[in-house]
Design a protein around this ligand. Structure first.
Ligand code: ASP
Length: 245
């Protein structure tokens, strides 16, 4: 695996064009997010910080100094993104008509990554793992937790030893919970989800929590399935712990 400066140099040497994919809009959201960072004492190392989803006039003015042309909508959007950073990692597992299996996980969709952080998504065995004899598995959610249990590989091994895909995923979630002594307060700080597809087509999705509070409402975890018999559909993940609203 290559990451960081070495990967950039390698790509350059092979003539891959360098493109800055950061839009001004996203840069503004990132700046708003940086404003929101605080240490244990509540100090912010950027400006006065922000506490409420709606920016104060002062906070908005700080962004407006950098982007004098920005509309009120754009500034409001940047603050919304800072409070509810987007995610977008996709794990995709497939079984074709010949019985061949494949799997992939997109490089992490986590917003505001620390430069140099690789995450779990591209790590074979953590973000994704496929064994033609048994099945495939993958993950989204907080990668640091997954790397520690090598989640996708552990799920495939569970299936190898006879567990149903659903139980194979829940077993790994239990291992993660155990590393926090099953303390709900600590576990509530993150989400993690696993997906599994067995060689015979049986599949499952499993989340640590029954749902996630998102923009003030509880969102459940689902995964998309297409078994070749018609349209794609959403199925509910099983979950280990019940989140109270
Ligand atoms: N697993 C990804 C990572 O930790 C993030 C995600 O799936 O949202 O990089």
């Amino acid at each position: 695996m290559m990451a960081g400066e070495g990967a950039t140099r390698f790509a350059r040497a092979w003539g891959v064009p360098e493109i800055n994919l950061l839009t001004e809009r996203s840069r503004m959201a990132w700046m708003a997010w940086k404003q929101s960072l605080r240490d244990a004492e509540g100090n912010n190392n950027w400006t006065d910080g922000l506490d409420a989803p709606a920016p104060t006039a002062k906070q908005a003015a700080a962004l407006r100094q950098i982007w004098p042309e920005a509309s009120d909508e754009m500034i409001a959007w940047a603050f919304e993104m800072a409070h509810f950073p987007t995610t977008g990692t996709i794990n995709c597992l497939a079984l074709n008509a010949k019985g061949e299996m494949s799997g992939t996980t997109t490089t992490s969709g986590m917003a505001w990554k620390i430069p140099g952080r690789v995450g779990d998504s591209p790590i074979i065995g953590a973000g994704v793992f496929v064994d033609q004899e048994i099945g495939a598995a993958g993950s989204t959610g907080r990668g640091e937790e997954n790397i520690r249990v090598v989640g996708a590989h552990a799920i495939v091994e569970n299936m190898r030893h006879g567990m149903e895909p659903k139980d194979a995923c829940l077993d790994v979630l239990k291992r993660i919970a155990k590393s926090y002594r099953n303390d709900p307060a600590k576990l509530s700080k993150f989400d993690i989800n696993f997906y599994a597809l067995r060689k015979d087509g049986v599949h499952a999705g499993a989340s640590l929590w029954s749902g996630r509070v998102q923009r003030g409402y509880m969102a459940g975890f689902q995964y998309a399935v297409n078994d070749g018999t018609g349209d794609s559909r959403l199925e509910k993940c099983v979950w280990l712990l019940e989140r109270k609203a």
